[in-house]
Design a binder for this molecule. Structure first.
Ligand code: TNX
Length: 494
């Protein structure tokens, strides 16, 4: 680092408006998401074999234990967790100056001090600490070290409170273990929502006890789903379950004849067409069904949102559609959740912008008082091919290279929709063409970290030029974790 001395004399903050001669991304270590504020300081800290991890509060203890587990694997050190200040100290102050997820992280020759108002903030800061350590720290087996971190002082907090990833487990099913791995990797980039697309024409993937024929062999039992929710919560990730309605319902219409207007069960479907199925809006059984499903899923879900889809209901008459959504809203209210759906949805607290050709729907959602999650398919869809020779994926929204996925801003992507209308961002991964964890990871890495950065970092702190060099340093981290990723020619992999 040639300018360390100079950098040490300056505080560089993305919030500063002057044209500073350096920025958190050009001077600092290769962090993704880039922190709101970072100052390189004198000296360095080396983790020694007799180091301890200190945490005074009971609240922070599980995060300290998790950090210790991770560091023990690659260092081979004992790293006991103690209830007093130590070489690495985690502190939960209860203060709210940096919000629920903000943290400060100071590395000096004397040690590492990570402080936040909440355990969640400390957890986010731990992800930064991991990235400050050499890439070998991500290895599952002991490595030689040395484990040295350059001096740094970071003050960080997210731009948006919702930073999601979506996994479609309906088109192809993924096991609890596969979903856990997806959560783990995403949480490293400070993602805090897992939206699970649980049902579609091709399959219904969650057990509903009052409608036992819905879920087939490849599906989650309620216990499985609880385990996913629990695992996510340990990483401060909220699960948003999606039961897609009134379209994308062929699997339900195949399982129960009575849900069809004509009373005839549909054939199971394995193709990739959309827009051909609809619940029967005029039948009361439809709402008994919906009430049962929402009641059971709500009871399993501690998070505030229940997503009822609402997209591409091309086989539902528009008037019927609105009638259906109004009843769905009442049902979701009754079960104490907040309704979320794709941009087409005509009620609810949160709508998700996805189709770049339909910005009107995003504006309409804002006009009726909803907030938006931004997932423009031409930037944020992880199932779009990178190039026309990408082995997997679709291309209806175009080819999405790493730069295309990164170079956009949620507050300018839809005209008339600004910062305060936006709850956050989400990177959906649809799985019509994806059947293995390797395929999921190949599509998600390296684009997912970029969407996570867009959700976390101040717009002024990030640029494509800085990002591509920072991202390059993550290749060895993914390799150490056996992540399959796309070696985009746009990134100067080192
Ligand atoms: C559109 S995005 C869909 C999904 C497909 C996806 C494929 C949305 C709300 N609906 O049903 O899987 O495109 O990219």
């Amino acid at each position: 680092m040639p300018h360390r001395r100079l950098a040490a004399l300056m505080t560089v903050s993305a919030l500063a408006t002057s044209c500073a001669p350096s920025s958190p991304e050009s001077d600092g270590p290769a962090l993704v998401p880039v922190p709101a504020s970072l100052r390189v300081t004198e000296g360095s800290f080396t983790l020694a074999s007799d180091a301890r991890i200190g945490v005074r509060s009971a609240e922070g203890a599980p995060v300290a234990e998790e950090l210790a587990r991770m560091l023990r694997r690659s260092t081979g050190y004992a790293l006991p967790v103690v209830r007093e200040p130590a070489e690495i100290t985690l502190e939960v102050s209860g203060g709210q100056e940096l919000g629920r997820e903000g943290y400060t992280l100071d590395v000096t020759p004397g040690g590492v001090r990570l402080a936040a108002g909440t355990a969640e903030g400390v957890f986010r800061g731990v992800q930064t600490l991991r990235q400050l350590l050499p890439a070998a720290i991500e290895n599952p087996a002991p490595q030689p070290g040395p484990w040295t971190i350059g001096g740094v002082s970071i003050e960080d907090r997210p731009r948006f409170s919702y930073r999601g990833v979506m996994l479609d487990v309906a088109r192809h099913f993924f096991t609890v273990e596969q979903v856990k791995r997806y959560i783990d990797l995403a949480a490293s980039y400070k993602v805090n929502v897992l939206h699970l697309h649980l049902t579609d024409d091709q399959g219904w993937r969650i057990e509903i006890k009052s409608w036992p024929e819905l879920a087939g062999d490849d599906s989650y039992s309620q216990e499985d789903y609880r385990e996913i929710v629990r695992y996510a919560a340990e990483r401060f990730v909220t699960v948003v379950p999606e039961i897609d309605t009134p379209g994308h319902t062929n699997a339900a219409l195949a399982a129960y004849a009575e849900l069809n207007c004509d009373g005839v069960a549909r054939e199971p479907y394995e193709g990739t067409e959309v827009g051909f199925s609809s619940l029967c809006v005029d039948k009361e059984v439809t709402y008994r069904f919906l009430d049962d499903v929402v009641r059971e899923v709500a009871a399993l879900t501690p998070g505030p949102y229940l997503n009822l889809g609402g997209d591409e209901a091309h086989s539902t008459d528009p008037e019927d559609y609105e009638k259906f959504v109004a009843r769905a809203q009442q049902i979701v209210d009754t079960h104490g959740k907040r309704l979320m759906g794709w941009a087409e949805i005509t009620s609810g607290s949160v709508a998700q912008h996805w189709n770049p050709r339909e910005p009107d729907r995003a504006r309409a959602a804002v006009a009726r008082g909803a907030r938006l999650v931004m997932s423009p398919a031409d930037h944020a869809y992880l199932d779009m091919k990178y190039t026309d020779s990408t082995e997997y994926g679709l291309d209806w929204a175009g080819l999405v290279e790493v730069s295309d996925s990164y170079e956009w801003d949620p507050a300018t992507v839809v005209e008339g929709v600004g910062e305060r209308d936006i709850l956050g961002v989400e990177a959906p991964l649809w799985t019509e063409t994806l059947a293995t964890s390797g395929a999921l990871e190949f599509m998600a890495y390296p684009r997912l970290p970029g969407i996570a950065e867009i959700g976390w970092s101040p717009a002024a702190a990030r640029s494509w030029e800085g990002y591509r060099t920072r991202l390059a340093a993550h290749g060895p981290r993914w390799s150490a974790r056996s992540v399959t990723f796309y070696r985009s020619p746009e990134i100067p992999w080192n």
